[in-house]
Design a protein around this ligand. Structure first.
Ligand code: SF4
Length: 323
């Protein structure tokens, strides 16, 4: 198959758009989609200047998504002194898995000359995910603990580094899966939260005083294309799956989406287009309704924002350390 743009040999065929692209035009099309998303989400505010630069903390796990995002952001803002990038890697304490991906993060950030910070569950919480899985005091899946700890550290360090934005490498498949899960669980407040946390542009999402706002500039790019990009650009991505990966329900949704996309190309894009619009409506409705109800206070133990006396992370740590 030939490239639709230049006639050279195509490396990808996107059923959802009907496009065949060669290596050069495929790479350019991914770059273009990420840059368009940065523009459409208003990620660079008009008051950012070289004298008053923005700090963007990028969650860099060493997997293909965060590696591709970091690489594209670096090249997009390489000559733009309004944006300073800081890569943040979180080591969960998973033997034979995270050490290699940390190596990938170090290789990439050294090559690009980006500041790289590494924080560990062990130093922060005195736990390792391998032990958490063994003890499992709450009878939950590994990812249920791990997600709470990771979100806590991303927020904590984004604040510590005075970040203006926290960027993560969620791709189109990740976002369409989350959208579908929220629909199927019938949880409209969760849909509203998803929008407030990371979808839509910054004007739509409004002021967010309590935490560093998040953005997902890779969310228009399908997972397979992210993987192909990492391969073609020879990026040091660590591909192995975490041995504790345990989100069974997400796995089912993945399978369902795969089938739908095979039979009806463009399904992921249309899910996200409709979902963002609905999520925006849900956010304005729930935001207004919950404003008076939300009793956001500080965790008695760590001071993090929470609606309880002790936040979820501290209560999980308490039960892990009690075993
Ligand atoms: Fe943590 Fe689950 Fe991700 Fe493994 S797959 S790193 S346990 S969230």
């Amino acid at each position: 198959m030939d490239c639709d743009k230049c006639g050279r040999e195509a490396v990808m065929n996107a059923a959802y758009s009907g496009l065949h692209l060669c290596e050069e035009h495929f790479v350019a099309s991914v770059d273009k989609r990420v840059r368009r998303r940065i523009r459409e989400d208003d990620l660079v505010p008009s008051d950012a200047t070289p004298e008053n630069p923005q700090t963007w903390v990028v969650g860099l796990s060493g997997g293909k998504d965060s590696v591709v995002l970091t690489d594209i952001l670096y090249r997009t803002f390489e000559k733009d002194p309004r944006i300073e990038l800081v890569a943040l890697t979180i080591h969960e304490g998973i033997e034979g898995y995270r050490d290699q991906s940390v190596d990938a993060c170090e290789e990439l950030t050294e090559e690009l000359g980006i500041r790289h910070e590494l924080v560990t569950y062990e130093e922060e919480f005195d736990v390792q995910m391998d032990d958490v899985v063994e003890k499992d005091p709450e009878g939950m899946a590994a990812c249920a603990y791990c997600g709470v700890f990771r979100r806590d550290l991303l927020s904590k360090y984004a604040e510590k580094f005075d970040a203006d934005k926290l960027l993560t490498g969620h791709n189109l498949d990740d976002e369409a899966e989350t959208a579908l899960m929220n629909f199927l669980e019938g949880d409209v407040s969760q849909i509203a939260k998803h929008f407030d946390a990371s979808l839509g542009n910054f004007e739509e999402r409004g002021e967010q005083d309590d935490f560093v706002p998040r953005a997902k500039p890779l969310r228009d790019v399908p997972e397979k294309e992210v993987a192909l990009y990492a391969h073609l650009e020879d990026l040091p991505a660590h591909i192995t799956e975490c041995p504790h990966a345990s989100e069974a329900y997400r796995g089912e949704i993945q399978e369902l989406l795969y089938q739908l996309e095979e039979n009806h190309p463009g399904t992921r894009h249309s899910i996200m287009a409709g979902y963002e619009e609905l999520a925006s409506l849900a956010a304005s409705e729930f935001g207004a309704r919950e404003e008076g109800d939300t009793d956001l206070g500080e965790c008695e133990q760590c001071g993090a924002s929470t609606t309880r006396d002790v936040c979820r992370k501290c209560s999980l740590l308490e039960s892990i350390h009690a075993v």
